[in-house]
Ligand binder design. Structure first.
Ligand SMILES: *Cc1c(COP(=O)(O)O)cnc(C)c1O
Length: 394
């Protein structure tokens, strides 16, 4: 007999979502745009403190629009954290631009300021070209130039070293797109993740801390950029009685139905953050006696939403037990878990892209495991996970 499945991060409705959706049905706002979309945008502005939010069809579309807003074109360099989900980097390729991947530092597992600066200098002096593999037919786009954008990520909801990253960005005058897709509810000195860069990206995909089943948002204090993003996301329709277009448009806006789910979820966001942080504390306490198991800490001033709790397994301190031993043992117990993100510079699809780093993200990928972290887990669930881990280590 199989034990009940424990999921990594499953949706957790608060109860009011269906009321917002019902209202959309009752008023026949079953359409892209509508009062729920406007309402969710207001909620996001209030919650994050950003002046403007555009609700969109996904976090990926938000990153794509952000790159377009910053004028990223074919052949431009865009510096991107390597240790992330592929959606951080794919839109760079949509624009025909060249991703330059930056390693993580060990404190937050996010973008290393040291390698960020090295990569900026390599783009500016042209030495980056020796690390790029592109077809001969595209060689002529390569030339020494300043990168067009920097994409740091707050991975697993743990804030990146934004002070240092923003200082380097300011020194070279390069705009920052902050990928806060995993970090809604996380802050640095009380300021929301996603509001440090020129543009911030949020996601409401099914596995995120709150969900609309699928969706995302672009946030910024730059009202003109958000206004333009909404315009491009709505097929770039010029103001005319007929369909008139002077820009290439996209169908990237959120529907009024999914936005209704989002409005309900915003009502419980703080509870979700509290529960995810509780999961982290639970695991940390339960595994404190095991020298080979470690966690990523919050830097002073940082408040993580602990979207996923992750452990590192050091086989030199666990009698040779590895991340894989634990992963396979949990799987056998019907407990879903997953290795940390595989860095982008190791992905076949980005094989020709340059990388600056020292192996930190590769090591994280090798030794790291994401544990079940949903806000709907019970103590009983958490104990089952802990017991299964202990059974491997003891
Ligand atoms: C989920 C995620 C995205 C993309 O969001 P979608 O809404 O799924 O398109 C981007 N970056 C990171 C780091 C993510 O985890």
């Amino acid at each position: 007999m199989n034990k009940p499945k424990i999921w990594l991060s499953s949706p957790h409705m608060g109860g009011k979502e269906q009321e917002f959706v019902k209202e959309a049905f009752d008023t026949n706002w079953v359409a892209p745009l509508g009062p729920n979309v406007d309402g969710l945008e207001k909620d996001l502005e209030q919650y994050t403190g950003a002046k403007q939010a555009a609700a969109l069809s996904s976090g990926t579309s938000a990153i794509h629009l952000a790159l377009i807003m910053l004028g990223v074109k074919a052949g431009d360099y865009v510096l991107c954290q390597s240790f992330t989900f592929s959606a951080s980097a794919n839109p760079i390729a949509y624009q025909g631009a060249i991703p330059v991947f930056i390693d993580s530092e060990k404190d937050t597992w996010n973008m290393s300021p040291e390698y960020l600066e090295k990569a900026i200098l390599a783009c500016m002096d042209g030495s980056v070209e020796s690390r790029i593999q592109i077809p001969d037919s595209r060689q002529e786009i390569l030339k020494a130039r300043k990168p067009k954008a920097i994409i740091p990520v707050h991975l697993y909801g743990v804030p990146a070293k934004m002070d240092e990253i923003m200082a380097i960005a300011a020194k070279y005058d390069i705009p920052v797109i902050e990928d806060a897709a995993e970090a809604l509810g996380a802050t640095i000195n009380g300021k929301a993740c996603g509001t440090f860069g020129q543009l911030g990206v949020l996601s409401f995909n099914g596995n995120k801390i709150i969900t609309t089943s699928g969706g995302g948002a672009l946030i910024s204090d730059d009202e003109a950029m958000i206004k333009q993003s909404r315009f491009l996301a709505t097929q770039a329709r010029d103001n005319a009685p007929h369909y008139q277009h002077s820009h290439i448009g996209y169908n990237y806006r959120m529907s009024n139905i999914t936005a209704g789910i989002g409005r309900g979820q915003m009502l419980v966001l703080n509870d979700r953050v509290a529960q995810r942080r509780y999961n982290y504390e639970f695991y940390k306490k339960a595994l404190a006696g095991y020298a080979g198991i470690s966690f990523v800490a919050e830097l002073p001033g940082a408040f993580a939403n602990r979207w996923l709790t992750c452990i590192l397994v050091d086989p030199s301190k666990t009698n040779g037990k590895t991340r894989e031993d634990i992963r396979i043992a949990l799987e056998k117990e019907n407990i879903e878990c997953r290795p940390l993100w595989k860095p982008m510079h190791l992905q076949p699809v980005f094989a020709g892209a340059p990388f600056y780093g020292d192996g930190t993200s590769e090591k994280l990928f090798e030794d790291g495991l994401c544990l079940p972290s949903g806000s709907n887990l019970t103590d009983e669930d958490l104990n089952r996970v802990v017991d299964a881990i202990k059974a491997v280590l003891n």
